[in-house]
Design a protein around this ligand. Structure first.
Ligand code: HAM
Length: 479
């Protein structure tokens, strides 16, 4: 092996973020924060409170909630065995066993149930609804005034094939209304909340699609009818849809495969097979949406990919997203809490894909920028408002104090940690996009008159310390 090749081998491995995950960096993160701030503000006006959930929950919780035949559960979950450590002192082993739901009385029993203990399966949550329901039951929230309105923001994990708008770690803004009645006004108000939020962000080209997928009275009959019809055309369908004819025929409706579209258009539609109660309920949801001035289109193919839904489901699409254009999905899931061991409970909710929402806002901003040249994607505030250019040991002490006071007043300040010539300091301030440079040298410190340079115009003015803060306060960026 040549010396060069040996050297090459010694180079430490460079790591990359794992497939489907990504780092979010400034200034983009400022936009994420702005979006999340709007969530807190808008959702609070609809009476929602924030819940923060664990990222891990038992695999069984997701399998039972979302359904074992769904894509999410059958192939996309990040699941692992959580080993039980038998090297722990017996006292801890007993605690751990009890936490895993195994009622153990004494050390002697540890050996006999050792094997059972080693089988705890955990999953990185693929969505939030199941965990919110788990928390509702576990924390006895049915005893609170109903309905309980909760929202949460955070990362979810699905092992999907990554592409634009589709990631393996993605973020959801999730909202749930649990308990109380199933009055259609609840579904309509929930949709009103998402639309208000998207409007607050100025998202354009938003389209709301709604459907009713019936309930356990009418849906099974429709699914059987659909299956029969699909069997007749099975050989014309692709492999995924062929499989779904047997496992989950509803999902065939949501197929994007080109050659299947004509067939799907001719299939029986659930709207013609709803029972009276579901039809009345759906009509009332639509009336309630109209009362709120919310425009929607009905889409019989909107069946959603998770098993827990009943009656009204909805999706919202936005521009600039290509094929992954759903920014929000949701619907009613009245039976889920009972299925998870809780009392019969009505519930409905939605989740916004935050990555897609941000992408759509950015695409929109890009086209506006081209049109008007002035729309800013990130924070309106420059990252650095005041760059403190100092020279000399005395000036440094003053610069530290000035930086402290300016930061306390809410300005973002860059204070170079080592002395720089003023020319270099001003160049650096320019590079950082600073709005002002505060120049502090021996003369300024001695006279108590500080020089402030506005970098965009080159204008300079001198101020006493107190007046400087007043001036900056009056001329705050973004105001
Ligand atoms: P979902 O339709 O599976 O519903 O996801 C909701 C939204 O999350 C989607 O519309 C999309 O914007 C985003 N999303 C899903 N997967 C990805 C991905 N791999 N990459 C980027 N974004 C993605 C649910 O999760 C339900 N829990 C919603 C709900 C709440 N229903 C009732 N309550």
């Amino acid at each position: 092996m040549s010396e060069g090749a040996a050297k090459k081998e010694e180079k430490p491995r460079k790591f990359q973020a794992i497939r489907g995950t990504r780092d979010l960096l400034p200034p983009e993160t400022a936009l994420w924060n702005r979006v999340e701030q709007a969530v807190h503000e808008v959702f609070a006006t609809f009476g929602f409170g924030e819940i923060r959930l664990p990222i891990l929950d038992p695999t069984e919780l997701f399998a039972r909630s979302i359904g074992v035949d769904t894509d999410v559960v059958s192939k996309e979950m990040f699941t692992f065995w959580d080993p039980f450590d038998q090297r722990l002192p017996p006292k801890y082993q007993i605690e751990e066993a009890r936490a895993r739901g195994i009622n153990i009385q004494n050390e002697g029993e540890l050996a006999t149930i050792g094997l059972a203990l080693s089988f705890q399966q955990l999953t990185l949550r693929p969505e939030a609804t199941a965990s919110v329901c788990r928390a509702y039951i576990e924390r006895n929230m049915q005893q609170l005034p109903q309905p309980v309105k909760l929202y949460t923001i955070g990362p979810m994990f699905r092992r999907e094939r990554p592409q634009k708008g589709r990631y393996r770690q993605f973020y959801q803004i999730d909202a749930e209304v649990l308990g109380g009645s199933d009055a259609p006004g609840i579904d309509a108000e929930l949709i009103e909340m998402v639309m208000t939020f998207l409007e607050r962000l100025g998202l354009e080209g938003v389209q709301l699609h709604i459907n009713s997928i019936g309930d356990k009275n009418c849906r099974p009959k429709y699914v059987e009818l659909l299956r029969e019809e699909l069997r007749k055309v099975k050989d014309k369908l692709g492999p995924d849809s062929q499989r779904r004819v047997e496992t989950n025929p509803l999902r065939v409706l949501d197929s994007k495969v080109e050659g299947e579209q004509e067939i799907i258009e001719k299939l029986p539609r659930i709207s013609q097979h709803l029972c009276d109660a579901c039809r009345e309920n759906y009509d009332e949801v639509k009336r309630q949406l109209a009362l709120r001035g919310i425009v929607y289109s009905q889409n019989f193919r909107l069946v959603r990919g998770l098993d827990y839904y009943v009656r009204t489901t909805f999706e919202i699409t936005a521009k600039g997203l290509g094929s992954q254009n759903a920014v929000c999905g949701g619907g009613r899931y009245d039976g889920l809490i009972e299925l998870l061991g809780g009392p019969p409970t009505r519930a409905t909710g939605f989740a916004i894909g935050e990555d897609r929402l941000i992408l759509s806002l950015q695409e929109q901003a890009k086209s506006k920028e081209v049109a008007s040249g002035e729309w800013r994607v990130a924070s309106e505030k420059p990252r650095v408002e005041v760059y403190v250019a100092w020279m000399g040991e005395k000036a440094y002490a003053t610069a530290i104090r000035a930086a402290k006071n300016l930061r306390a007043a809410g300005f973002s300040v860059e204070l170079p940690p080592v002395e720089q010539k003023f020319g270099k300091a001003l160049g650096q301030a320019d590079k950082l996009g600073a709005r002002y440079a505060l120049i502090l040298g021996d003369n300024e410190v001695a006279s108590g008159e500080w020089t402030l340079k506005t970098l965009a115009t080159g204008e300079q003015a001198t101020f006493a310390e107190a007046d400087l803060l007043k001036f900056l306060g009056k001329n705050r960026s973004g105001e």
